[in-house]
Design a protein around this ligand. Structure first.
Ligand code: MAV
Length: 326
């Protein structure tokens, strides 16, 4: 009896899908984090805004907690237009397809939050977006981010002496390794979802990251020493696979662009506001020890020639200057 019942159920479920499929657009997102992280909240806001602004039927399905891998996996899916339609991405994790894009999140690029805000409210990044679209088939629809990146390590690092030779993980873009090598660390590109183990087993001494992610993925368990190098304020494009975007109906395209820009602004506000709070929560919980770095200004001097050479190699000297001049 129960078998018969199940069979009938299955048929009617399939029929329901068939009748509703014609008008419905199904979009899939991905996050490396749980619902609490600013990126997931940014993506949820994007979904909410699209559903709110769009007259037609659109459904969302987001995979969380790195179920589909880390951002270096996401970028391949986005580029090929399979499995993931939208995500928040670090530019330095998209370098394989678009070599100029990591200029956006190069360490020591922004003087402070005001500078970061001014740059992101301008259209100075437009040539980089164009390259990403053309070479990687990925469209920027907004900008999230706003976390301050610091060193996180198993042992304390407070001075140039301790930083020299420090084995640390960096993101996959060559410019990341070049910058950290210039400040005398020993960087290696390791996948984000292998970092926790690599620190735990002593393969590396630490990495660099922002408060939201250190807290969400409990990196403090293996790297509780935070050194305030404040070397980056994150720029994290909210992106959509162009294969997906170009196939959307025109009215939905317009809604996606509007919702992307608004959700990005929401995410920037959220993460930049929460950055200090999250650091304090980890401090209060005894999860981290925070230390200043003696001579941060010296670091800046060491990296500027590396930034200049990178921009020159990409033919982006004017663009870098335009960002610095903002
Ligand atoms: C942080 O979790 C985020 O900035 C994320 O976008 C990066 O991919 C990640 O760090 C990383 O360092 O790879």
């Amino acid at each position: 009896k129960s078998i018969k019942f199940l069979a009938i159920g299955a048929v009617s479920a399939a029929a329901f899908v068939a009748t509703s499929a014609a008008a419905e657009t199904a979009l899939r997102g991905a996050s490396m984090f749980d619902e609490e992280h600013a990126y997931t909240k940014t993506l949820r806001e994007f979904e909410r805004l699209v559903a709110d602004k769009y007259d037609g039927d659109v459904t969302f399905d987001m995979s969380l907690n790195g179920e589909l891998g880390d951002e270096s996996d996401f970028v391949t899916f986005l580029q090929q237009g399979v499995a993931i339609d939208y995500a928040v991405m670090a530019p330095s994790n998209m370098a394989t397809f678009a070599p100029s894009i990591p200029l956006m999140d190069m360490p020591f690029l922004f003087r402070d939050l005001d500078h970061w805000n001014t740059v992101l409210s301008s259209d100075v990044m437009a040539p980089l977006e164009a390259e990403l679209l053309e070479k990687a088939n990925i469209r920027v629809i907004g900008y999230a981010g706003g976390g301050v990146r610091n060193l996180a390590s198993a042992d304390p690092i407070t001075s140039m002496d301790e930083l020299t030779g420090h084995k640390m993980r960096v993101m996959g873009a060559p410019i990341q390794a070049q910058i950290f090598a210039a400040i005398k660390a020993t960087p290696s590109a390791i996948a984000y979802n292998e970092v926790y183990n690599a620190i735990q087993t002593g393969v590396i001494g630490g990495f660099e990251n922002e408060a939201a992610s250190i807290q969400n993925l409990k990196f403090y368990e293996v790297a509780p020493n935070i050194t305030l190098t404040k070397h980056a304020i994150t720029v994290r494009p909210l992106v959509m696979s162009e294969s997906t975007f170009s196939a959307l109906p025109d009215d939905l395209k317009a809604v996606v662009l509007e919702a992307g820009a608004e959700a990005g602004a929401y995410g920037r506000d959220l993460e930049s506001t929460q950055d200090g709070e999250k650091m304090q929560q980890m401090l209060d919980a005894g999860q981290i020890v925070v230390q200043e770095f003696e001579g941060r200004d010296a670091l800046l001097e060491m990296v500027v020639p590396v930034q200049d050479a990178y921009a020159e190699e990409l033919g982006a000297t004017e663009l870098l200057q335009a960002i610095r001049n903002k």
